[in-house]
Design a protein around this ligand. Structure first.
Ligand SMILES: NC(=O)c1ccc[n+]([C@@H]2O[C@H](COP(=O)([O-])OP(=O)(O)OC[C@H]3O[C@@H](n4cnc5c(N)ncnc54)[C@H](O)[C@@H]3O)[C@@H](O)[C@H]2O)c1
Length: 317
């Protein structure tokens, strides 16, 4: 297949583009490098530097069998400061991309959604039937595109899978996790282990969780990538899918820190501060639908494996 991958210079997009190439697909990688790095784009993909909302550019790239759309601004806290930037990019550019793709006759669209659409839920694990209640412009921007996709599927214009990732983590040698700026716990903890930062901040140790710190569901980026390939295939028979991607297992911030200490053999200076507004106490996915509908199997998402892989990738970068 000929597949357009937007955001392919980012963490998850580059890993997925590499997997699609390995499966024999032709990949066109579109990224404006606002936060990505050109050297993340895998060898073998055709790299086009540009905005996914540039309709003329997208149409000039020719026909595609599918588009996998990762391109987005991703930091919820930043979206609370600059909501207009997030709506313009994550909603505006995505809608223009969809318009260009429909005009070019593209029929399958896989969308990077997020557990941020669920907001703060009290019952774990979270399944796809749970009402959405985003707590940030970031989460709302994802939900708005899901809703547009749902209408486009119902109107017969585009078949789509909205994949709601929980916490992407891990990494490969070729595609380590390196966001700009880095906001995620594991790469920051690994920076401390490597002496690139002097300490690790944990926001809140008074949550209603067994050890008082937030609980998240960490999913290895290689398992995430596999789910995208499965979703493209599933769209042969499904016109609209909304699917959680997580492990069903939660790890607290303290458990992650202990795992990083064990894997790296380094002690970490950890400082506990105030809670951050908008951080839910826990977010754990039900992945029953991913297993049943996509036939998804987890191969790398044990926390120990995630941290070990991230450590290898991190040290080489
Ligand atoms: N990392 C996570 O834990 C996580 C969790 C849930 C959802 N997601 C979603 O997954 C997707 C990928 O996340 P990531 O962690 O790889 O982030 P990333 O920042 O590494 O990658 C995003 C890429 O999109 C590019 N981009 C942004 N806006 C663009 C535009 N208008 N046109 C072209 N390129 C543009 C950036 O340059 C970057 O390379 C995002 O949509 C994000 O919201 C990520």
């Amino acid at each position: 297949m000929r597949i357009l991958v937007t955001g392919a210079a980012g963490f998850i997009g580059s890993t997925t583009a590499e997997l699609l190439l390995a499966k024999g697909h032709e990949v066109v990688a579109l990224d404006n490098l606002v936060t990505g790095r050109a050297d993340n784009v895998p060898t073998g993909a055709t790299f086009v530097e540009g905005d996914c909302g540039d309709e003329v550019l997208v149409q000039s790239l020719g026909g595609f069998d599918a588009c996998v759309h990762f391109a987005a601004r991703i930091e919820p806290a930043e979206s609370m400061k600059f909501p207009e930037v997030f709506f313009a990019n994550n909603v505006g550019s995505s809608l223009r991309l969809l318009n260009a793709l429909v005009t070019s006759g593209v029929e399958r669209f896989v969308f990077s959604s997020s557990c941020a659409v669920y907001g703060d839920q009290s019952v774990m694990p979270i399944d796809e039937e749970r009402p959405t209640q985003p707590h940030s412009p970031y989460g709302q921007s994802k939900r708005m595109i899901e809703e547009a996709l749902s209408w486009m599927a119902r109107c017969g214009r585009m078949r789509s899978a909205s994949l709601r990732y929980f916490n992407a983590a891990g990494g490969t040698l070729a595609h380590p996790e390196r966001h700009q700026p880095e906001i995620h716990l594991i790469p920051i903890a690994l920076d401390v282990a490597l002496g690139r930062r002097d300490h690790l901040d944990i926001y809140g140790d008074d949550y209603p969780t067994p050890d008082g710190t937030c609980i998240r569901d960490y999913i290895h980026v290689s398992d995430l990538a596999e789910a995208h390939a499965l979703a493209i295939t599933a769209l042969e028979t499904h016109s609209e899918l909304t699917i959680n991607l997580g492990t069903g297992v939660g790890s607290s911030n303290r458990q992650v820190v202990e795992t990083v200490r064990r894997v790296t053999g380094q002690d970490l200076d950890v400082r506990f501060g105030e809670r951050r507004p908008g951080d839910p106490a826990a977010a754990i996915a039900s992945n029953e639908m991913a297993r049943d509908v996509l036939g998804w199997k987890l191969g790398h998402s044990d926390l120990e494996v995630i941290v070990a892989d991230a450590w290898v990738a991190h040290q080489s970068n």
